[in-house]
Design a protein around this ligand. Structure first.
Ligand SMILES: *[C@@H]1O[C@H](CO)[C@@H](O)[C@H](O)[C@H]1NC(C)=O
Ligand SMILES: *[C@@H]1O[C@H](CO)[C@@H](O)[C@H](O)[C@H]1NC(C)=O
Length: 303
């Protein structure tokens, strides 16, 4: 037992000593090249990312990253990927080996008909369809049944070895949802999700939901924001930067993927965006990305 603990401590020490070149905070738990054959172990403490980390987000594809790949494109600190598209492959492990942190995305506040656990939802918990996504419904986020399903999703993220979760659609109260959702319910739901995640040593981000930033900021480790430059609301999220927590910021310039200097500037230099981690994307959130320095990249994906 003592030997085991010693070995573990040594292993951890070695792991922590290895920082990846881009300075993505502490190293992920499985990045030590000497431990390539050990199975993926869940994190032992909650990841606390700092503001300014670089990132990529692809919610459409399964990434094509092999365990032996020496690099990933783009070579950024953090990858935000669709949880279910990576549930049964080794992409999270491969990203960890490359020194990357992995944020696992799922929808927490909407029903999507095509997920492996979609059958679990009770139609009584459905609200209106989401604007632009007719198959997707707002969910009653106060329903114990919905919360149990989301708790199971967080357990999946934990089993996969994700460093964090990106629970989407917690801002139903800002939309026509057909359930009279309130911001008070959204805060309570985020509190529920954060407790569940923290219990499993997973970090959690606040997705959009500007009105509840003040209440939720102490519960979460980062923000993921869409279009605050477009809607002139980036100042709301700069509270995260003041707390040295990253704002993973996405804008969808109308001319993407051939973005003019003017469009890039209005996305990247909007008031309040100082130290934001900004990516310019097409609305379908594929592997293509442009950064504020004009650099573009495409992550390899499974076709
Ligand atoms: C992954 O495997 C689990 C367990 O076999 C299964 O229930 C689930 O549907 C699979 N997920 C996907 C996205 O294929
Ligand atoms: C949502 O769920 C809560 C808890 O079960 C319930 O009290 C409330 O009436 C539900 N809301 C709607 C609009 O059905």
């Amino acid at each position: 037992m003592v030997v085991l603990i010693l070995a573990l401590a040594l292993g951890l020490g070695l792991g922590l000593g290895l920082r990846h070149p881009q300075g993505g905070g502490e190293s992920p738990p499985t990045s030590s090249p000497s431990s390539t054959s050990t199975p993926l172990s869940p994190p032992t403490s909650v990841w606390k990312p700092t503001s300014g980390l670089s990132w990529q987000i692809d919610l459409t594809d399964t990434l094509d990253i092999d365990k032996n790949d020496p690099v990933v494109t783009p070579n950024v600190d953090v990858f935000d990927i669709d949880m279910f598209l990576h549930q049964n492959n080794s992409v999270v492990e491969s990203l960890h080996k490359l020194g990357k942190r992995v944020v696992c995305y799922f929808s927490a506040g909407s029903y999507e008909p095509y997920r492996p656990d979609s059958y679990k939802f009770d139609k009584a918990d459905f609200g209106d369809a989401l604007d632009g996504w007719p198959d997707e419904h707002w969910l009653n986020i106060s329903s114990p049944s919905v919360r149990a399903i989301m708790a199971s999703r967080i357990e999946i993220a934990h089993k996969m070895g994700c460093d964090a979760i990106d629970p989407d659609n917690v801002d139903g109260y800002q939309n026509d949802n057909g359930l009279d959702l309130t911001s008070v319910e959204a805060i309570d739901f985020m509190t529920f999700l954060a407790k569940k995640a923290g219990g499993l040593k997973l970090a959690i981000g606040l997705k959009n939901a500007g009105d509840i930033v003040t209440d939720v900021l102490p519960l979460v480790q980062f923000a993921v924001n869409e279009q605050c430059a477009q809607y002139e609301s980036c100042d709301t999220f700069s509270a995260f930067i003041k707390a040295n927590k990253p704002v993973f910021h996405i804008e969808y310039p109308s001319d993407a993927p051939t973005i003019s200097a003017t469009e890039s500037r209005s996305a990247c230099s909007a008031p309040g965006t100082s130290k934001f981690s900004t990516v310019l994307k097409t609305m379908d959130l594929t592997g293509w990305v442009e950064y504020c320095d004009g650099h573009t990249a495409s992550t390899d994906v499974v076709s």
